[in-house]
Design a protein around this ligand. Structure first.
Ligand code: ATP
Length: 240
């Protein structure tokens, strides 16, 4: 398997409203691809289309070498971890219990979970959170737990939806180190929706820019960094 995720000419719809138009993308094995775009550009919809949830699609989507058909649970079983932007930590459970559930669910899907020690090595912030309840965590701490929970299941493809949104810089740095570590450590492929350009440029090899559901730019991270006009045109941001 050399391609973790492929979209060929994908359109996506919410009822009669079209949210993606002719989307093309490829995430190679072990590669990190960033999806940039303003609010409402279609980043979340791209992830939902890959998971076959909430949207109607046309065109072709392959996830880990097979068509993305069936329920999102079935697609996840192939080895896909999805961290939606609302995080969805269980508030009444402790962080440890949240992670234990993820381990149990990974075993039920015949996946060998990542041990706690390794998760704590990847995300050291988890050490002081482990006995806290989900409801007692800040937004950044919840995001760290949501990512840790996805890592536990040892996904081959990780879909990360705006992990740094609204977070303090110190947590963003920790998440950056953690996400950067995953391809080398586990051979993971990553699709990362983001608006934080510094985060993207430190992690991704490829950059895609979406505007109102259309792919308007695709290039290597180095090409993207070297061309500030892309940022000005599509993202209304002058510098990283
Ligand atoms: P954000 O950063 O705001 O999440 P995004 O790039 O992820 O932005 P999407 O959430 O994919 O964008 O939204 C793409 C388009 O689809 C927008 O016009 C949005 O209003 C619309 N949309 C998203 N979710 C739904 C839904 N559940 N029902 C109807 N329209 C939706």
């Amino acid at each position: 398997m050399t391609t973790a995720l492929a979209f060929r000419d994908v359109n996506a719809f919410y009822g009669p409203a079209q949210a993606l138009f002719g989307m093309q993308l490829t995430v190679g094995a072990g590669e990190t691809v960033a999806l940039l775009g303003r609010n409402g550009a279609g980043k979340t919809t791209t992830m939902r289309a890959a998971m076959n949830i909430l949207v109607r699609r046309t065109g072709e989507i392959d996830v880990l070498g097979e068509p993305a058909k069936g329920t999102s649970d079935r697609i996840a079983r192939r080895g896909v971890g999805w961290v939606p932007d609302d995080r969805r930590i269980f508030p009444t459970l402790t962080v440890r219990e949240n992670l234990l559930l993820a381990q149990k669910s990974a075993r039920a899907k015949d996946r060998e979970p990542v041990e706690f020690d390794e998760v704590l090595e990847i995300l050291p912030i988890m050490k002081r959170l482990i006995d806290r309840r989900g409801s007692a965590l800040s937004g950044g701490e919840q995001q760290a737990v949501a990512i840790a929970r996805a890592i536990v299941a040892r996904p081959r493809l990780l879909l990360l939806d705006e992990p740094t949104e609204g977070l303090a810089p110190v947590i963003v740095e920790e998440l950056q180190r953690a996400v950067a570590d995953l391809p080398g450590r586990f051979g993971m492929s990553i699709l990362l929706a983001e608006q934080n350009l510094a985060f993207v440029q430190s992690i991704a090899q490829q950059v895609l820019v979406l505007e109102t559901g259309r792919l308007v730019y695709s290039g290597t991270a180095a090409e993207f960094a070297a061309d500030p006009s892309i940022r000005e045109r599509f993202l209304a941001i002058g510098s990283a």
